[in-house]
Ligand binder design. Structure first.
Ligand code: 0L1
Ligand code: MG
Length: 257
């Protein structure tokens, strides 16, 4: 008997987020926390978020690039919920966070509902209304970002806040695998990638989200925002620093620490 339950884990992780206080990994105390149970924790935390007035506005994928999967020792991406409280309004600085890291992402806004199973990348792209550049700021509730895969799934995949850039492009005529992104920190380019870093094409990530949600009897809804996963490794956001992501066709997005 460990004293842990799905409800307790959700409560503890939301409390850590609200307090801005990191803790040790839950799997150290609850080794029975597997991936399936971790998603139940994530769902319970979403229920608590909605009960306090937040609105579900979409979903994110994390660990969609091979280097990130190898670093985490997982062979498939993770999913997590996005609520309106996670949107970082234009020009607002970051709120107080534990140890924020920023990563550039290709972001979809869905024009149609998308339900698996059997969704291909081509079908998935047919449900996309607009494509944006974005920056996700992740902020694990675990000390030093040290955790096992079930820990971060339970922690809503380190979700914190995100900003969607102002330039929205229709999918037709855009090869997202070739969409390039430069990541700038305080005026210096520190990393770069193309959309191919995300499972070969971000449409694959969208299809995977639809097919994975279908296993839980869920679907992606029209109007939802979908963050498709970091194109590069996430970079720490220091107080006073400025992170910018510059995309070939999707404009630029900036976040200030
Ligand atoms: O958005 C992400 O890539 C987060 C994935 C969860 C693991 C991590 O915090 O690095
Ligand atoms: Mg991300």
């Amino acid at each position: 008997m460990t004293g842990w339950s799905i409800a307790e884990a959700a409560r503890v992780l939301l409390a850590a987020e609200d307090a801005g206080a990191a803790r040790g990994p839950i799997t150290a105390e609850w080794p029975g926390l597997d991936v399936r149970t971790a998603y139940a924790v994530q769902d319970e935390a979403l229920r608590l978020r909605l009960a306090r007035g937040e609105k579900l506005i979409g979903i994110k994928l994390g660990l969609t690039s091979r280097p990130q999967q190898e670093r985490m020792g997982v062979d498939r991406p993770v999913l997590a919920w996005l609520t309106d409280a996670m949107v970082l309004p234009a020009a607002d600085p970051l709120p107080r966070l534990i140890h924020p890291r920023a990563e550039p992402e290709i972001v979809f806004v869905l024009g149609e509902r998308l339900a698996g199973p059997g969704v291909t990348a081509a079908v998935a792209m047919g449900a996309v209304d607009r494509i944006h550049g974005g920056i996700e700021v992740i902020d694990s509730r675990y000390q030093d970002f040290r955790f096992a895969a079930p820990d971060t799934i339970a922690d809503n995949a380190s979700s914190s806040v995100f900003r969607v850039g102002p330039v929205g492009v229709a999918p037709s005529g855009l090869d997202l695998s070739l969409q390039a992104c430069l990541l700038e920190v305080d005026g210096a380019i520190v990393d770069s990638a193309t959309g191919a870093a995300v499972l070969g094409h971000p449409g694959e990530a969208l299809a995977l989200a639809a097919n994975t949600l279908a296993e839980r009897g869920l679907a992606l809804e029209a109007g939802w925002i979908v963050l498709t996963g970091g194109l590069t490794e996430a970079v720490p956001v220091e107080a006073g620093s400025r992170i910018a992501a510059h995309f070939t066709d999707l404009g630029s997005v900036t976040v200030s620490g």
